[in-house]
Write a protein that binds this ligand. Structure first.
Ligand code: TRP
Length: 324
């Protein structure tokens, strides 16, 4: 084993294929690292505190998504953040010595407050300012060595390292400084060319049936200059091609046939739908297994119990060096 990994996702609803590469990256990491994968419900509350989020449904959905893609509870701890109280305790203790200015200068902080205030959300809260510090607690409570994240989360991991350094300086060497592992996440547009997002109704969900896949691929916008099948096409302006680039190994041939007007858009879409079907069908089978009543609950319970062992060891040490 190369060390420990922590990562988390907020439970904000069923995932779509744009999230797939992130989870597949986690699945690969399970082989080499001791992994802690957490459904970070407390983080969801920092922005959704007045939304009356349906946590039982949301956590089940995301857990099923992870398990169906291949997160293996025999290898990794899969659990709810709020079920391991040590996250909250460490967050509080870290807050004692974290300068406000460190939190205020996190690049996403003021941006997000502004953006979400346009949607009527008041994020001028203590909890939201502390979002990255709670993240630091998530990571440090397992003494994680590495954190797989998206590019957008890099400033948060950087803050986590600064907090670890400050802690170690003040109280003694307890925490490793975690490195970030930025996976290769291809940018996938939605079927209409905008960013893929459930709220735009342009996403292909991980649970899409064969019919849904076909329907979504049907909606993809192709080269408008291509009126007839044998008109030469321009893959660079075609949404179907963006997907072929990720899911079709023989993409070069597909593009050539398009440019030469040899294969029409209907056939080209059918080809893509078949590849998406191949991609998603193994997940359906695994999901059916995990959907049986009680299975997800058991995974989350055992995952939390497992996580607590490590987290409580860390907290014993932290309390000791802080003189509590
Ligand atoms: N903030 C992360 C996101 O929105 C989720 C998260 C919470 C996380 N705690 C974390 C990611 C710790 C990595 C490590 O994607």
């Amino acid at each position: 084993m190369k060390g420990r990994i922590f990562s988390g996702m907020r439970p904000t609803g069923a995932l779509h294929i744009g999230h797939l590469s992130v989870i597949q990256n986690w699945v690969a990491l399970q082989e080499d690292y001791k992994c802690y994968f957490s459904i970070v419900d407390l983080h969801a509350l920092t922005t959704g505190y007045e939304d009356r989020l349906d946590f039982p449904r949301l956590r089940r959905e995301i857990a099923l998504d992870w398990l169906s893609v291949g997160i293996d509870p025999e290898k990794s701890a899969v659990f709810l953040q709020s079920a391991v109280k040590e996250h909250s305790e460490l967050h509080l203790l870290l807050s004692m010595f974290t300068p406000l200015s460190w939190l205020e200068r996190v690049p996403t902080y003021k941006d997000q407050i502004q953006q979400l205030s346009q949607q009527g959300k008041d994020l001028g809260t203590y909890g939201f300012l502390g979002y990255p510090l709670l993240m630091a607690a998530d990571i440090l409570v397992y003494k994680a060595n590495a954190v797989p994240v998206g590019e957008d989360q890099l400033p948060h991991v950087e803050l986590c390292r600064e907090v670890a350094r400050r802690f170690n300086h003040l109280y003694g060497p307890v925490f490793p400084e975690p490195k970030d592992l930025v996976g290769n996440v291809p940018l996938l547009p939605g079927v209409d060319g905008r960013k893929m997002s459930k709220s735009y109704h342009n996403a292909i969900s991980l649970t899409a049936s064969s019919e849904e896949i076909k329907m979504r691929v049907q909606q993809m916008i192709t080269d408008p200059a291509r009126l007839r099948k044998d008109d030469p096409g321009h893959p660079e302006v075609c949404i179907v091609d963006k997907f072929h680039q990720i899911y079709t190994p023989e993409v070069a041939e597909v593009e050539e046939n398009c440019r030469a007007g040899k294969v029409g858009c209907v056939a080209c879409k059918r080809h893509l739908a078949e590849n998406l079907e191949k991609l998603l069908s193994p997940f359906r089978e695994r999901r059916a297994y995990w959907e049986e009543p009680g299975r997800v609950e058991k995974v989350l319970e055992e995952g939390a119990a497992h996580a607590r062992v490590t987290a409580s060891e860390t907290m014993k040490e932290v309390r000791c060096v802080m003189g509590l």
